[in-house]
Design a protein around this ligand. Structure first.
Ligand code: DP6
Length: 318
């Protein structure tokens, strides 16, 4: 049995933890779930109690094993049999493309399916979020909001994927893994960035503006608040000690490309996460123009295009 989840891209970002041990986010966030990229997982419990085995895209992987095993323990308990976990994805891992979001959403679903506990989507999203905050959002489709409660998160879909079918063009500028995980970077920002407190304080305003823009299908308003929130998050990172800078020259060149397109009235905006890739969000009418312009930008290795998709699901038996 395989499960599948797609990455999500935050337009109003999760950056900061209220409770590191429980991985509770310090701020709410709002994201879009993609359809063209995926992570697939299967979890099979073995007869023995030895070590878990993790195979990622056909190769044994020990780097991620402890986080993966810990996630399975939360669902199946510590005294469970060993598991064989197989994982496949069709995009580069750990490069700021939200691979942990789709991977942990798919892993939680596959594990819950193996132990027959899949009924409650929010409960599964909370487990995924306790492993990787953004993974909770990949349980839902279209435009998704996550609220950071005192004791737990809440997550729900605000508008479905067909109700406002935006496109995302991802400009990949580097395929290697990122130098610092987002989790470690968040903790450093909270401790050392002079802008961190005001980031947390202003987040409800950005969430309200983004939510309203989605409700009204107001692309310009969504563009303005998303770019502002992204650049604000990166400003928090740049001002931390030591600084956290995920961008490279091509990331900045891509931002200029998007600015040029905006000057020509193309409906497009950018967002950037904990990596050097730029994600351009546009109306369907602009997809080809945006893709061509980003492909021609210096330093872009390749581009991927995606529409909006649904939340994590169990795949038909294959
Ligand atoms: C910049 O969900 O990877 O993509 O909870 O520590 O695993 P952990 O963090 P993670 O952080 C995502 C950060 C982001 C913004 C976002 O997706 O909201």
């Amino acid at each position: 049995m395989w499960s599948q989840a797609q990455p999500n891209i935050a337009l109003v970002k999760y950056w900061g933890k209220r409770d590191v041990a429980r991985n509770l986010p310090a701020v709410g966030s709002l994201s879009i779930t993609l359809d063209a990229l995926y992570s697939r997982m299967s979890v099979d419990f073995l007869e023995n109690r030895g070590l878990d085995e993790l195979v990622v895209n056909g190769e044994e992987n020990s780097a991620m094993l402890s986080r993966v095993s810990g996630c399975i323990d939360r669902i199946a308990g510590n005294d469970r049999p060993a598991a064989r976990i197989q994982s496949e994805s069709n995009f580069p891992l750990a490069a700021g493309l939200a691979s942990s979001a789709s991977a942990f959403a798919a892993l939680v679903l596959a594990t819950c399916e193996s132990v027959n506990q899949t009924a409650d989507t929010l409960a599964m999203a909370r487990i995924a979020g306790s492993v990787s905050g953004s993974a909770a959002r990949s349980f839902y489709g279209g435009f998704v909001e996550l609220a950071a409660g005192d004791e737990n998160i809440d997550v729900w879909s605000i508008v479905g994927p067909e109700d406002w079918p935006l496109k995302v063009v991802v400009a990949i500028t580097e395929t290697g893994p990122k130098p610092l995980s987002s989790g470690e970077a968040m903790i450093r920002c909270a401790k050392t960035s002079p802008f961190y407190d005001s980031w947390v304080e202003r987040q409800p305003d950005d969430l309200a503006a983004a939510r309203e823009a989605v409700d009204k299908r107001d692309f310009e308003q969504l563009a303005a608040v998303s770019e502002h929130n992204c650049l604000k998050m990166h400003s928090v990172m740049w001002a931390s000690r030591p600084p956290v800078v995920y961008w490279n020259n091509a990331t900045i060149a891509c931002m200029e490309t998007v600015r040029d397109l905006q000057k020509k009235s193309e409906p497009v905006f950018f967002t950037i996460d904990a990596g050097p890739q730029l994600k351009a969000v546009c109306l369907p009418s602009a997809e080809e123009t945006v893709r061509d312009a980003l492909s021609d930008t210096a330093g872009v290795v390749t581009t991927l295009v995606s529409g909006l998709g649904y939340g994590a699901r169990v795949l038909e038996q294959s």
